[in-house]
Design a protein around this ligand. Sequence first.
Ligand SMILES: [Cu+2]
Length: 234
Amino acid sequence: MSARVTVRRASLARLLALAAAALAVVAVTGTAPTPAYAHGNIIDAPSRNVGCWLRWGNDFNNPAMQTQDPMCWQAWRANPNTMWNWMGLYRDGMGRNFQSAVPDGTLCSMNRAQNGLGTSLDAVGNWRAKDVGRNFRLTLLDQASHGADFIRVYLTKAGFDPTTQPLGWGDLDLVTTVGNTPASQWQRVTTPTSGVQLSFDVAANHSGRAVVLTIWQASHNDQAYFMCSDVNIA
Ligand SMILES: [Cu+2]
């Protein structure tokens, strides 16, 4: 328990440092990351773009990334805004028709939403995966206190290998659903920006390497988010 608290504190400190670093980049180069609008993402187990931002946001030109974290390398080369605008991958007005609107192979970019902001997140390869137990928690950070009409958590089936196979709907099992949860029931936080966050438990139905696809249907509007997190289940 205390170990978990320590980890959370460390990652929040790191988020703060990265937020400051992102501002410093703007100051030095004048090349602004895409403005941070108020939306959200899965910060633990971090989604692909959040993970690349946390691990490399203050060092994104380091060539060591090419061998240590090659999928982040390709994501940063494709478009740094995928990371700077880590909270901005969503679509409005889907009418909850997720499967018809988002074809196989494009789930992690939400069918190249936001003019392809997250296209690199669909790339097949060895994304860094967080080690988790059979029962693990996800944390969704919501900067704008949208709340949730629902959150659906899908897990790739046993035997699916995300390092070699593109992700499709047929590879996924729905493992957890969180019902309507207004923002007033989320935990208020101040880092990396002020907002609210919700942590919820996920029960995996197998061990090994897997992708978690979280779909968040926000409450303020018909606004949906798809977020892919890579995990290694004990
Ligand atoms: Cu939003």
